[in-house]
Design a protein around this ligand. Sequence first.
Ligand SMILES: *Cc1c(COP(=O)(O)O)cnc(C)c1O
Length: 434
Amino acid sequence: MSIDTTPSNEAAFARAQRVTPGGVNSPVRAFRAVGGTPRFIRRAQGPFIWDIEGQRYIDYIGSWGPMILGHGHPAVLEAVTRAARDGLSFGAPTEAETELVEAIVALVPSIEQLRLVSSGTEAAMSALRLARGATGRSTIVKFEGCYHGHADALLVKAGSGLATFGHPTSAGVPAEVVQHTLVLEYNNLAQLDETFARHGRDIACVIIEPIAGNMNFVRAGVAFMARLRELCTQHGALLVFDEVMTGFRVALGGAQSVYAGLIPGFRPDMSVFGKVIGGGMPLAAFGGTSEVMSQLAPLGPVYQAGTLSGNPVATACGLATLREVARPGFFEALAAKTRRLIEGLVVAGQDAGVPIVGDSEGGMFGFFFASELPQNYGAVMATDKERFNRFFHAMLARGIYLAPALYEAGFVSAAHGEAQIDATIEAARAALQE
Ligand SMILES: *Cc1c(COP(=O)(O)O)cnc(C)c1O
């Protein structure tokens, strides 16, 4: 009955494509940006993943961010297994949920209350509804190149003029649904000022990736962030930090702790978390001051709910993960390793006569084939895409699994050792010579 075939990524991809659109359950996995066949993964351990052909890779995707401890961390596996034995889902409150939220409240000063959900998309969508409900205003501001999940009102690109309302970036999103979404250029101070001058009294919130990892790695400038904070306060708009990627990834207190170190007294009004707080299970959250959060059902008029919200297995996974990252010295070690990787890449580029620039914060990094670090989406897209794609495949062939698109950030985990960092830099040298 069974036909013996050697497992191949090619065959698995063809089979998947017959029953799943594009063969994948999230588009970027399909390798469309770089071409070629996606690797079908069988298992992972520590800093490594293995595809179904038995090929081993050093993993710099880490499930797009959650796997900050590396794969198969013993304490996490034990917590998950124990929780699963006690029940997969109850649809009733558990003490573990409170414990996870208390841990986050203790680590992030801007958060007084938090609600757990199941995905970053859901968290960002709910945060916007809450911001609109709490302020009684409709307009939301986002920045080009920042991704906040795929809620309708956020799938929008900049209009043609300066500070105009945007156009949908996806079919199926009516123009009316994004008519209250303003899209601005990242790091453009003048445009920010002009927007608040014209629309300030209508703006419910500004949502931003403080270190934008969905256009590779672009930091909001300190002056830009300080001005954004000031304008939001002046005009009664809420500043929403989307820390789905950066939370518990760039620092224990998230990107907001990085900006708080640069701008005295800095705090966002609301924050959105995901990825690391679930440690690889579906879990995300949004939170802020008790005043804002009390507008949420069952206390207030803003509705939001979820059958699997605060799922006990996901919660156990998140708690076990946060316990590890909160250990003294965790982020110092992770940041040093990540910095060494990026410095190694830049030097390898110099030695090969290929201009590479890079940046990192904590365990998150980005690099560009360009001579200076891009400050906004347009500049990211103007970097050398052909060169990135060739580099990506040359690295993959050498067992280095980088994100398959130049607009994605990379991630180092605690399980990556010096040996893997060295091997990666050596592979980069060889790839760049090629
Ligand atoms: C990944 C991501 C999201 C969406 O989270 P999902 O869990 O994929 O829905 C939202 N915002 C940012 C900044 C992200 O990186």
